[in-house]
Write a protein that binds this ligand. Structure first.
Ligand code: S3P
Length: 459
């Protein structure tokens, strides 16, 4: 698909020998100490641009994540005529165009590696009066899109996928969207948000019922923009045809990025780390709950709110971890953090069992298989299952003998195995790490500044 090649990036599935390969080499041992702030929340950054663009008036955003995924969302709205100043050290100013002010982009919008951009934009653009195509990289083009196109079709949206139900998505203008009352078949905040965003331009009421509570940033942020959202238990509803008013948004640090350091400091003896201003939305704190259940020493300090989102400074000190059976209700609350949790499990005493997490197989990579393969290279017994994994804690080896770990272009796999070096007996080499840029720009430098022996190698 040459016409989408303007943005070049390393994609999942590229060969290890690809000239753009970014590798991490991790020297064993180390201690994580100090005080730092990880970049802004990715989910909230995407939503801040989307809602600000269709709001009336100006929105000022601080703490915006300048990673490739959120920048793909920002670029898409620029290509639809929205004037956006920045980002400049996390500050962005969006001159909103209102619900009907977007322009046809005239070419396909490149969502890169970002599932959130593609699924949420499918809903937001379904009710617009122009056709648009959403395309992505090799990894994103393998991920399931019918989970959004099916409910959107029930709302009378006209969206075509490939025969396999994958990207690119071709959206044609609809004659008018109609609200639906939709029960989500999977616990997915992206699907919930996509339907709610389509609901903004639909007639009548749009309701979504979730099988388990998922991140609620869309609902909170709509409220911050003055749009009424009603929640009753597991059901959330809004009425189409309203307007959003520009506002100020302060985005907290991303708990999903903090997760790597929470695990790293927990497993590295002698660690004592303070992570500043991390979002602790109750729909995102599975990582804290699970690590604490494993025996981690984590304290939440100076709890406060930034607009509609709660945050805190998080202090984490090293601790002896023990394996657990991960409670089912924590799975959606920690859905992006399992690669990091698997590293904690590998360093824990006894076995850790995860079930009910089949969604991990359709993330940026098949996170159950890719993590099991990498853990096996480190000599850890990791038994993949259709909906989870069993990991028996032990001594982490080195890749010097077994061969490098392949991150498969998945940012969270790369960062998780980087943390494993804190407890490994020898060097760990990880291939295909360039997509760390999608969610945690500056990861290697920041991790090195706290005590991880990480070196980047290109070529
Ligand atoms: C996200 C929702 C989750 C998560 C993803 C971000 C969001 O995906 O894995 O990284 O911002 O809504 P699902 O909705 O597929 O669970």
């Amino acid at each position: 698909m040459a016409r989408f090649s303007a943005i070049s990036r390393v994609s999942a599935g590229d060969s290890l020998a690809a000239p753009t390969d970014l590798r991490y080499q991790i020297t064993p041992g180390g201690t994580l100490t100090g005080r730092l702030r990880v970049p802004g929340d990715k989910s909230i950054s995407h939503r801040s641009i989307m809602l600000a663009a269709i709001a009336e008036g100006e929105t000022r955003i601080s703490g915006f994540l300048e990673g490739a995924d959120a920048l793909a969302t920002l670029a898409a709205f620029r290509q639809m005529g929205v004037v956006i100043d920045g980002p400049n050290a996390g500050e962005v100013r969006v001159h909103g165009v209102g619900m009907h002010g977007l322009h046809p982009p005239g070419h396909a919008l490149d969502m890169g590696n970002s599932g959130t951009s593609m699924r949420l934009l499918a809903g937001l653009l379904a009710g617009q009066s122009f056709p648009v195509t959403l395309a992505g990289d090799a990894s994103l083009s393998r991920r399931p899109m019918r989970r959004v196109t099916e409910p959107l079709a029930m709302m009378r949206a006209r969206i075509a996928t490939s025969e396999n139900g994958t990207a690119p998505l071709h959206i044609e203008p609809a004659a008018g969207l109609a609200g639906i009352d939709y029960v989500l078949p999977v616990a997915s905040a992206q699907v919930k948000s996509s339907v709610l965003l389509a609901g903004l331009s639909a007639s009548g009421e749009t309701c979504v019922t979730e099988p388990a509570r998922t991140r609620d940033h869309t609902e909170r942020m709509l409220t911050a923009f003055g749009y009424s959202v009603r929640r009753q238990g597991a059901r959330v509803c809004l009425t189409g045809g309203g307007r959003l008013s520009g506002c100020r948004l302060a985005i907290p640090a991303d708990i999903s990025s903090a997760a790597f350091l929470l695990v790293g400091a927990s497993i590295a003896p002698g660690s004592d780390l303070l992570l500043e201003a991390v979002g602790i939305n109750p729909t995102r704190v599975g990582i804290i709950n699970i690590l604490r259940a494993m025996g981690a020493d984590i304290e939440l300090l100076d709890r406060r709110t930034a607009g509609s989102e709660p945050l805190a400074d998080i202090r984490v000190c090293s601790a002896r971890l023990k394996g657990i059976r991960i409670p089912l209700d924590q799975v959606p609350l920690a859905i992006d953090e399992f690669p990091a949790i698997f590293i904690a499990a590998a360093c824990a005493e006894g076995e850790t069992i995860l079930t009910g997490a089949e969604e991990l197989r359709v993330k940026e990579s098949d996170r159950i298989q890719v993590m099991a393969d990498g853990l096996a290279r480190l000599g850890i017994l990791a038994e993949p299952r259709p909906d989870g994994i069993r990991i028996v804690g032990g001594e982490l080896g080195s890749t010097t003998v077994t061969g490098a770990i392949d991150a498969h272009g998945d940012h969270r796999i790369a960062m998780s195995f980087a943390m494993a070096g804190l407890r490994s007996s020898g060097l760990i080499e990880i291939h295909d790490c360039a997509n760390v840029e999608t969610s945690f720009p500056g990861f290697a430098e920041l991790a090195a500044s706290t005590g991880l022996g990480i070196e980047e190698q290109r070529g």
